[in-house]
Each structure stands twice: as structure tokens, then as C-alpha cells.
Design a protein around this ligand. Structure first.
Ligand code: ARG
Length: 460
């Protein structure tokens, strides 16, 4: 007979490939700490019910501590039939303290409420100790850079065509704004998932009226999940994290794409640090922005993880089904990939060099055509009309092969519209154009500095 935790009713053996197919220990052992902590608190709950004695509880506690030492020193030996982290830990507990006692820890508990508990604890920990603080560092890095380089001007683009001059810091601040929204969302998710499934049993509830509030409190959960069927089979928090990751990586991908474009020789706005670039095995001159390309590329994989698991979930009947074990690999992959992506993005943006001369040189006078239209608006001409007039100036300068609209003479301006005056030439100043846009959210210096200080306040 096979030595399996659930083997009582079985007479035949499991197909070897089925064992492999069924097993999750290779990836769920990541949650060993959470699993042990869950058992520690759960057995305290059993002790309150007099289902285990104080001295048994002591032995269990000791055994769990020993097992934790083995995992953290990488000496834990996984044996055949250790199907998942739950069975492995329970098997080992029996070896250390004897099956007489270890055989009691699962009373009233199922791996269904156990795994749901482990997963929530694991996610909470990764969010609170890694993703959230790392994301704050990224935002801080971007904001700090934006404050320092507030005077640098560059072209702003729509359709990737030169549109209007903006501050480089305004561009930086735009991504800091996206990432701050991402941060707020992530904090909400970490709060929402912090509910306890423990004590829900396999699905129907606990047979000995365990104190679920006590279990929740002991594990740092804010509340108990109020329906046992939901407790064991809700994986919405997994989906939410993966959705969050997809949206976040979407922002990361666009951020990376901008920088890839800005780092080409054709643009020459930024230069990546060697630390985040790689070379070519064939072309000696190459310095490639692989870090940025990977940030862009990995976003697809994060999206795929989410889509794949949602497909797995959508047809499952009520409560626990083994399909749910498929939550782990995509989730863990997403968490690690996102963690690394945040750290790489932070490294890239805080170490890259900018070439402000190139940025400034890329500003062209036609980018002030809107400002030229606004000049006449101030002389009380309707904007629709001034838009047309300014367009004519652009066309004339082009026809005359002038280097820009600022090279038209006053006579030529006046010929197009008599309301142009000597002061029209004051329009052709990029700094002035940028400073016009001082309404909230605009690219004027004070407007950008206000954005940055608001973002910093949100980090507190
Ligand atoms: N390894 C399983 C998982 O990750 C644990 C739960 C198993 N429950 C069960 N009824 N077979 O989902």
C-alpha cells in the first residue's frame, strides 16, 4: 500500500506521471513559512477547544520551529509522496514529534482552507515587503530626478510627431503619476485580500465551532471570510494581483518604449548607463537598451499569466477543485517578474544620462504655431480664425524654404493678417511657450513643481 496522507480508501497505486502531474511541491514550497504559521495558530485554536493539550501544543510548536529551520537552511528533504507543502510539512512534523501528536493538527482543517490561507498570507507579505516599498522607491527616483532637471526642455509628441515644447520633468512626472495610481491600487488590493479563510473546513464549515476570529487575529487578518464556500474557493485576490500587474506593466512598457525611442542616435535625448545596456556579439559599436526592451517584452508575459488563470477559473463549479492549484505558477512568476521589473526600471531611470542640448535642438519653431495662434487670440481674434492664419504662416515659411516661421518678416506676417505687430516675434521663445501653460497640470515650471510635490505627499 502507498504511504499517502489520503490513502485509506485506496487499494491501487497512482500512475507515476499522475504523481508528477498532481504534485505542486516544486513551486508551493515557497510558502513554507506561511504554511507553518497557519498550523501554529490553527493548533492554538484546537487547544482552546481542548482537542489538543497544552503539552501537545508545545511539542507541535517545537516541531514547527524545527521544520522552519530546515527550510530556511535548505536542509529540508522532500520525499516521495510529499505532494505539496501542506503534506510535506505534516509528514515532517510527524517524524519530529511523533504521529500520535502530529496526527491531530489537521482536525477540522482541510487543505482547502489551508492553501487559501497560505496564499493570502504569502501575497500579503510580498505586496507589503517588496512590491509596495519598491514601487515607492521607483516613484521617488523619478520625482527626485524631475526636481533636479526642472529646467530642461524637450519636444512633446502626439502621434510621435513633434507637437509642443514641454519640460523633461513634465514627461517624468507623467509616469510618476501613473505609478502613483498603481501604488494606490496595490495598497487597496493588499487590504482587500487580508481576510481569513482558516476554519472554513473543506467547504461546509468547522465541525467543532473553532474560534475563527481568534485564528484571523493570530495571523494578522483584518476579518474572517463570512462564507465557508467562498473562503475555500475564492481566488479573486490572485486575479486582482495579476490584473494589477498587467496594468502596471502596461505603464512600464510604455515608459520603456519612450526611453528606447529617446535613446536612439536619431533622437539622442538619453543615454543608458552601461549597467543596464548590453553589446552585440557581432557589431562592436552597438550599445543596446536590453533592459528597456525586456521591461516592454515582459509585460506580455504578465498579461498572459492573468489571461491564462482567468481561463482556468471561469468554468469551475462551486468550491475547491484541483484546477485552483493552477493559480500558483502564474502568480509566483508574475510577482517575481514584476518585482524585478520595478527594480530594473528604478535602476535605469535613476542612472541614465540626458543630453539636454539635443533635447533643446530638437525643438523647432513650427512647434510654436499654436502659440502664434494664441498671440492673435489675445488680440481678440476667434481661435478658429487664428488657427487658420497661423497655418498660413507655416505654409508660407515652408514655401519660401525658410528655416522656421520666426524667419518671416513683419511685412509677410502683416500680408497674411494685418493684426500682426512687431511684438509677434516675442512668441518665438520656447521657454515662454512652456511658461504659458501654468494652469494646473501644465508644463510651466511651477505647475510641474506642484505636481511633483503632490506626488511626494502621496508617498507619505
Ligand atoms: N496543492 C493544492 C493546491 O495548491 C492544495 C489543496 C489540495 N486540496 C485538495 N482537496 N486536494 O491547491
Amino acid at each position: 500500500k502507498e504511504n499517502k496522507l489520503w490513502g485509506g480508501r485506496f487499494t491501487g497505486t497512482t500512475d507515476p506521471l499522475m504523481n508528477l502531474y498532481n504534485s505542486s511541491i516544486s513551486y508551493d514550497s515557497k510558502m513554507y513559512k506561511e504554511d507553518l504559521e497557519g498550523t501554529r495558530i490553527y493548533t492554538q485554536g484546537l487547544c482552546k477547544l481542548n482537542l489538543i493539550t497544552e503539552s501537545e501544543l508545545k511539542a507541535i510548536d517545537h516541531g514547527l520551529t524545527e521544520i522552519e529551520k530546515e527550510w530556511s537552511s535548505k536542509t529540508f528533504v522532500i520525499v516521495e509522496n510529499d505532494e505539496d507543502i501542506h503534506t510535506a510539512n505534516e509528514r515532517r512534523l510527524g517524524e519530529i514529534i511523533g504521529k500520535e501528536i502530529s496526527g491531530k493538527v489537521h482536525t477540522g482543517r482541510s487543505r482547502n482552507d489551508q492553501v487559501a490561507t497560505d496564499m493570502r498570507l504569502y501575497c500579503r507579505n510580498i505586496l507589503n515587503t517588496q512590491l509596495i516599498p519598491y514601487l515607492k522607491d521607483l516613484i521617488e527616483g523619478i520625482v527626485g530626478r524631475a526636481e533636479q532637471e526642472i529646467d530642461v526642455l524637450m519636444p512633446g509628441y502626439t502621434h510621435l510627431q513633434r507637437a509642443q515644447p514641454i519640460r523633461w520633468s513634465h514627461w517624468l512626472s507623467s509616469y510618476a503619476t501613473y505609478f502613483t495610481e498603481d501604488l494606490e491600487r496595490l495598497v487597496q488590493i493588499s487590504e482587500r485580500l487580508n481576510k481569513s479563510p482558516l476554519g472554513a473546513g473543506a467547504l461546509a464549515g468547522h465541525p467543532y465551532n473553532i474560534d475563527r476570529d481568534f485564528l484571523a487575529k493570530g495571523l494578522g487578518f483584518d476579518e474572517v471570510i463570512g462564507n465557508s464556500l467562498v473562503a475555500v474557493s475564492d481566488r479573486d485576490f490572485v486575479v486582482e494581483i495579476m490584473f494589477w500587474g498587467s496594468l502596471f506593466m502596461n505603464h512600464i512598457s510604455r515608459f520603456a518604449e519612450d526611453l528606447i525611442i529617446y535613446s536612439t542616435a536619431e533622437f539622442g535625448f538619453v543615454q543608458l548607463a552601461d549597467a543596464y545596456s548590453t553589446g552585440s556579439s557581432l557589431m562592436p559599436q552597438k550599445k543596446n537598451p536590453d533592459s528597456l526592451e525586456l521591461l516592454r517584452g515582459k509585460s506580455g508575459r504578465i498579461f498572459g499569466n492573468m489571461a491564462g488563470f482567468m481561463m482556468s477559473l471561469k468554468g469551475i463549479p462551486s468550491t475547491y477543485n484541483k484546477d485552483m492549484q493552477e493559480d500558483k505558477e502564474p502568480l509566483f512568476d508574475s510577482l517575481t517578474t514584476i518585482e524585478h521589473s520595478i527594480l530594473i526600471a528604478t535602476g535605469v531611470i535613476t542612472t541614465l544620462k540626458i543630453n539636454k542640448e539635443n533635447m533643446f535642438k530638437s525643438l523647432t519653431m513650427d512647434m510654436l504655431a499654436t502659440d502664434l495662434a494664441d498671440y492673435l487670440v489675445k488680440k481678440n481674434v476667434p481661435f478658429r480664425e487664428t488657427h487658420h492664419i497661423s497655418g498660413e504662416c507655416v505654409a508660407l515659411a515652408e514655401n519660401l524654404k525658410l528655416s522656421g516661421i520666426d524667419k518671416l518678416s513683419l511685412e509677410q506676417f502683416k500680408k497674411i493678417d494685418h493684426r500682426f505687430n512687431e511684438d509677434v516675434f516675442e512668441v518665438f521663445d520656447f521657454e515662454q511657450s512652456v511658461e504659458q501653460r501654468r494652469a494646473v497640470g501644465g508644463t510651466a515650471k511651477n505647475a510641474v513643481l506642484t505636481q511633483l510635490s503632490n506626488l511626494k505627499n502621496k508617498l507619505k
